[in-house]
Write a protein that binds this ligand. Sequence first.
Ligand SMILES: [Zn+2]
Length: 269
Amino acid sequence: MKTIHLLAALLISGLSFAQNTFSYRTENAEIILLSEIQRESNLNNLIGVTPEIIAETAPENNYPIAVNAFLIKTKKKNILLDAGYGRELFNNLKSSGVTPDEIDAVLMTHLHGDHFGGLLREGKRAFPNAKLYMSKKEFASANESAVKAIKEYGEDLILFEPGESKPKRVFDALSSMKSYGHTPGHTVYIIDDLVIWGDLTHAMAIQMPYPQVAISYDTDPAAAVQSRFMMLAYIVKNNLTAAGMHIPYPGIGKLKSDGKGGFIFTPVK
Ligand SMILES: [Zn+2]
């Protein structure tokens, strides 16, 4: 635990310790973390967190959080999973050897500003050759600034219905599942044995052992909790790996049950 705190302190102090990218291979793809932020967050926005849970999981009243997008490179396509804030995103893409015009598809988990910000660059469409994918339900819930960004993609917008309790193909080897609650149409994506779960969690240190803890950014906290339990159980049952937009570096890990109704997340190396 000491090491983790030291690492967090180094990240906060901005020493050149923070890493923005990380590469992970699945059977048919290379998954690259594109991280814009690694920092500590306080507990103010958590819902349903008790003094006992805090004492056990966050005794210093904070937890590490990230803001991530992911690049999926397959033989056929360069796919961007969410677009982050759009601040460090373009530098991260550059260090991954991909230019914005080489992105073939952008898949949205949901339409919050830390996920769709990078759809635009200096007010214009950032990915000129990309199709833009999102669930029908999420599109229907888009706010004014999300609609403005989406409009730039014109006829390249593709709306779909995610799988209900099993993955449904979006294109090629990529599939989707509903995970509604954080937002009305929040969607997770699956490629090979990797689930990219968007905002299924925000506070890993707390929500892994206690998935019943929600956050004020959830549109429907009760539904978000239900979706979280369902998806975490699905991942463990099928022995899948997980990547998330707010999972601290490297943003990807293995999951197992803790035998007490919660889960243990182990980052990949
Ligand atoms: Zn988010």
